[in-house]
Design a protein around this ligand. Structure first.
Ligand code: GDP
Length: 449
């Protein structure tokens, strides 16, 4: 139970809407609700059947409102504490009036994510599941929702718990062998420990391999558009985004800075970045864009290298080609509606016309095939969270240290590495996470969650 008071917050979004929800959690939630709410039949929340929605009215200092109330009795609630939820009419004033009334009756305003933090502290949810829930709320694609749901429903927590249990068993095994210091026992224990640790190592390695796909799901595919001035970069950006994001003119160097935009391609977010070109220039403003373009090349997952096929392939094109040679680039021949003048060919090049829109779909198909990772079902573990990746990597390192030392050292030294691995893995579910980590995670949550 939490001694940190009864908290209250508006859990629904701000602004006009049909319904708003105000929720309270803590020892005094029901007592406060009794003071302000009664059912149409005159009953008070303390006598309500838990988890039943009851129609009635709320009385505040300044108004009375028809509303619904539901009571959750500890520990069967989101936070694990007694909880009350009021469903009132939407808008900005009603919910805040009810909130104020709860505050004046002794509740205090919840901090960001405090309901979920209490759920975690009361053992209702693991840290990684809470993070999954937040990922779902912030999701910008279906793939992100699925990955978030996987975390929320505990796929990674179960793995972490399984590994921690295994490591505990191994430690116990080692302890037992100290009581029987005969060589044969030590030999048997060592080979058994080696076998078990190898299995855990392989499992962690397998899960870690999904982090590239996870990054794609979470951050999207970063696609950089490069090419000399007037080649059609801004026009392509607009065609892919389906909106006038970049100003398109036929004066060279109109795209003064880097212009960005995102769109959903199937399940995956594509982040487009249009550059000012990477040719030399004396123009100060343009120069900033060019430097930025150069640094962006190293961050891009894919580079779209645009070449105007209505003009001869020139030095300017080749300079840009030199810059992007080491990257994963796709050559795009623009202005296919005009007579061809370009004799240079690239493997896998795509011809497009920004005027007639021919070939734009081919670019989308190509990007889609590169981003083919999103079909993961929610049951499968995909590492989307950098914190989880770091914990798994640390655990892997400790297990590898233990395995390397196994043939040389005595078993008690190996125990230290195994304990380190245990701690790293526990940071995922939160059972070994420090208060600082926990606070930092819940601070990112929204108010009322
Ligand atoms: P950027 O400087 O590379 O961003 O090029 P823009 O997209 O601003 O295009 C420069 C000029 O080329 C504009 O007048 C566009 O209308 C024109 N343009 C762009 N793409 C095509 C195309 O595929 N066909 C034709 N005919 N003109 C195009």
């Amino acid at each position: 139970m939490n001694n940190n008071g009864t908290i209250v917050a508006i859990s629904t979004g701000v602004g006009a809407g049909a319904i708003s929800i105000v929720r309270m959690s803590g020892d005094r939630a029901v007592e406060i609700a009794d003071k302000i709410f009664s059912s149409n039949g005159g009953k008070l929340p303390s006598s309500f059947v838990p988890r039943m929605l009851v129609l009635g009215s709320i009385s505040t200092k300044n108004f009375t409102e028809q509303a619904m109330c539901v009571k959750f009795a500890a520990p069967k609630s989101y936070t694990g504490e007694d909880m009350i939820e009021f469903q009132c009419h939407g808008g900005t004033q009603i919910a805040s009036g009810i909130l104020k009334e709860c505050l004046s009756q002794g509740a205090r305003l919840a901090t960001n994510g405090e309901f979920t933090k209490r759920a975690f502290l009361n053992g209702k949810i693991t840290l990684s599941a809470a993070e999954g829930m937040m990922d779902m709320i912030n999701a910008e694609s279906d793939a992100e929702i699925r990955a978030g749901y996987g975390l929320l429903s505990g796929n990674l927590s179960s793995l972490a718990t399984f590994v921690q249990n295994k490591l505990t068993d191994i430690l116990a095994e080692i302890e037992v062998s100290f009581d029987y210091p005969e060589e044969t026992i030590e030999f048997i224990t060592k080979s058994k420990v080696k076998n078990e640790l190898t299995q855990i190592r392989d499992k962690i390695q397998e899960v870690l391999k999904t982090s590239n796909a996870g990054k794609l799901i979470k951050s999207g595919l970063n696609v950089l558009i490069v090419g000399r001035p007037n080649v059609g970069k801004s026009s392509l950006l607009n065609n892919l985004l389906g909106q006038e994001k970049a100003i398109v003119t036929d004066v060279a160097g109109t795209t003064r800075d880097v212009i960005e935009g995102s769109f959903l391609l199937g399940d995956i977010k594509i982040n487009l970045i249009d550059t000012a070109g990477i040719q030399e220039t004396n123009d100060k403003v343009e120069k900033i864009g060019i430097d930025k373009a150069k640094s962006l090349i190293s961050f891009a997952d894919i580079v779209l290298f645009l070449i105007d096929q209505s003009k001869p392939y020139g030095d300017e094109d080749e300079k840009i080609h030199d810059e992007i040679k080491g990257t994963n680039f796709i050559a795009i021949k623009t202005k296919s509606d005009l007579s061809p003048m370009c004799e240079k060919h690239f493997e896998g090049e795509i011809a497009i016309s920004n005027r007639s829109k021919d070939g734009i779909d081919k670019i989308k198909e190509k990007l889609s095939s590169i981003a083919q990772v999103s079909n993961a079902d929610s049951g499968k573990i995909i590492i989307t969270n950098e914190r989880h990746k770091i914990s798994l990597s640390h655990a892997l390192q400790s297990i590898e240290n233990a395995l390397a030392a196994l043939s040389e050292n005595s078993l008690d030294l190996i125990s230290i590495d195994i304990k380190d691995a245990y701690t790293s893995i526990g940071e995922i579910t939160g059972n070994t996470a420090s208060e600082d980590i926990i606070d930092a995670i819940f601070k990112k949550f929204c108010l009322g969650k």
